[in-house]
Design a protein around this ligand. Structure first.
Ligand code: ATP
Ligand code: MG
Length: 565
């Protein structure tokens, strides 16, 4: 590509709301432009990077015998009603009517559509297994689109769906896809972890997320310093905590605790380890078409994990609640406890089961109970609702620590969650009709492009890896009026192009300094600088990842570049 003919609108100005390097540099270097909140154009350079990522995905999916197809973006609401997700998906699902008053949605994911494609076409176990995927625009009307391509409303996803006649075969495919996804991320030059994930409302028997490690990630993952264990904090577990400090032994009693409300104040007041305090967290649980106030109880040194809390109730999510709403139902904020709580539903963390010598709120202003034996509550609703903390002990005995991650992929053993309601069945070996056993495997293609920049940039701009660069080589003619410089530039450009190297010839009339800054901002892996030194038979190769310049004899430049690329 001749730079003089290219549309690469670079700019000094970053978008005003941009915080992340990827958001700033993809915009400044002319890879993307924003249309509206969460909507982006892929400009020529951005489109090239997307295609590179897609090619790698296609190769690795082909290697595990998955087949590409493409489903309609506009999907009939009826399918979503059949699966029961029409209501569940909430306002992220963009709904509309056509001129004949038929209801449609823009596909935010395509489980229903894919089941619809195979049902009645795959009818026998002999036609299984099968894995079908597409790389396609998705639309989710995200509540807070942000961070550029990281969380768009319209974005590109690679979504695969597999169909099986047995759970064992799904396990096999799940592992194969996990391996393929790992290869994709490795080829893209990304540092990542595969972690256990929350299977949430969709259910199913297991799910894993592929997390690109980055301080700018929105997800927190707990990783073990000893074993392979890694999990999203939404799902992370630890070894049962053993409390070493002395128990505050006391007869069961109501104790005056004037205005002592927080865990810190209580622990100081009684001089006890917070593990002997019962912490209460009030929240509103949100269901498809109802909601309720729920009290969650944990050890005083633990925090509530919202996703685990919602799962413990089968709720879609839990949300914060105002103190005034608690008062309305007769709860005494700061002094709430689980004993005889009959005003709202309660859930207790498993670590409180049979705990002795505990201190908890007495549901009366300025009073707590001491010497509480939690075994009196053995009939109550217990669940794992704690959030793993840094320093907690892994089940292997190692220590857990936190990292931030960008979720670039989510793979899921679905079972019959969609095939059963959509009545997508096959005949098994015994001739019985069974719903397909399914897996679903999503990967964020546009989010991957941003992730590459997040992990590969400096203060000057993007640093594309060889496998993701829009062009590998940039040939810079420093002075366009120097005919020798132009002649070498043109010759090298033709030679590289003819040998399949993706190359840009910067033949613009602008100053050298300006063009160099531009090359650094865009992040071509290599820039050949043809400058004054050509008179002495020398040119330079600038390597973007190290910012180093290497002198090369002009007669040898073609060979040198070919060696590098
Ligand atoms: P998140 O928790 O980040 O919202 P999700 O759990 O909703 O993600 P999935 O439904 O599993 O995501 O979708 C599969 C993949 O699609 C994700 O792993 C992610 O890489 C990508 N993805 C999801 N939502 C977006 C978005 N709004 N913008 C860009 N990519 C997205
Ligand atoms: Mg989401």
């Amino acid at each position: 590509m001749r730079r003089s003919k290219a549309f690469i609108p670079t700019s000094k100005e970053a978008p005003s709301d941009a915080q992340l390097a990827s958001h700033i540099f993809l915009a400044r270097a002319g890879f993307t432009s924003q249309v509206a909140s969460g909507l982006y154009n892929y400009l020529p350079l951005g489109k090239r990077v997307i295609k590179k990522i897609e090619n790698i995905i296609n190769e690795e999916m082909e290697a595990i015998d998955a087949q590409e197809l493409e489903l309609s973006f506009v999907t009939p609401s009826d399918l979503w009603k059949e699966s029961g997700r029409f209501d569940k998906f909430g306002s992220e699902l963009l709904r509309f009517k056509d001129r004949k008053n038929n209801d449609f949605v823009l596909g935010p994911t395509h489980e229903e559509m894919m089941v619809n494609v195979v049902r009645d076409k795959i009818t026998s176990y002999k036609q299984l297994p099968i894995n079908l995927y597409q790389i396609k625009t998705k639309f989710r009307d995200e509540a807070r689109p942000r961070f550029g391509l990281m969380r768009g409303r319209e974005f590109i996803m690679k979504d695969a769906y597999s169909f099986h006649s047995s759970a064992e075969d799904l396990d096999r495919e799940f592992n194969a896809v996990e391996n393929a996804y790992k290869k994709i991320l490795t080829r893209l030059g990304l540092e990542f972890r595969v972690v256990e994930a929350d299977s949430g409302a969709i259910g199913g028997s297991g799910s894993k997320e592929l997390m690109v490690i980055s301080d700018s990630g929105e997800d927190t993952i707990a990783i073990c310093d000893t074993c392979e264990y890694g999990a999203n904090v939404e799902a992370a577990v630890r070894q049962n905590v053993e409390i070493s400090s002395e128990a505050p032994e006391a007869e069961f009693n109501k104790f005056k605790t004037p205005n002592i409300k927080t865990m810190d104040e209580l622990s100081e007041f009684f001089s006890v380890d917070k593990a002997y305090l019962v912490k209460s967290v009030a929240a509103r649980a949100m269901y498809d078409d109802s909601d309720e106030i729920v009290l969650f109880f944990l050890r005083g040194d633990d925090n509530l994990q919202d996703v685990k809390a919602a799962n413990s109730l089968g709720a879609n999510e839990i949300v914060e609640i105002a103190e005034s709403d608690l008062e309305k139902v007769g709860l005494v904020s700061g002094f709430m406890g689980p004993l005889d709580m009959d005003k709202v539903k309660i859930v207790l963390d498993n670590s409180l089961k049979d705990a002795k010598n505990m201190i908890c709120g007495a549901n009366e202003s300025d009073f707590h109970y001491v010497g509480v034996d939690m075994s009196v509550m053995s009939e109550a609703n217990f669940a794992d609702i704690y959030e793993v903390k840094e320093g907690d002990t892994c089940r292997c005995g190692g220590k857990l620590f936190y990292k931030k991650g960008i979720e670039v992929g989510h793979i899921f053993k679905l079972g019959t969650t969609y095939s059963a309601p959509l009545k997508a069945n096959f005949l098994d070996e015994q001739g019985r009709s069974q719903p397909f056993i399914m897996g679903t495997y999503g990967m964020g293609v546009s989010r991957l492009m941003a992730s590459v920049v997040e992990q590969h940039h400096d203060d000057k701009g993007c640093i594309w890896t060889k496998s993701t660069a829009p062009y590998l080589v940039n040939i810079m003619i420093s002075n366009i009026k120097d005919s020798d410089q132009v002649a070498l530039g043109e010759k090298l450009y033709e030679e590289l192009k003819n040998n399949g190297v993706e190359v840009v010839l910067d033949d613009r009339k602008d100053r050298f300094g300006f063009k160099m800054k531009d090359a650094e901002l865009i992040g071509f892996p290599y820039t050949v600088i043809i400058g004054k030194e050509l008179a002495n038979g020398n040119v330079q190769i600038y390597t973007r990842s190290t910012c180093e310049k290497m002198d090369v004899s002009s007669s040898n430049i073609y060979n040198k570049v070919m060696e590098l690329v």
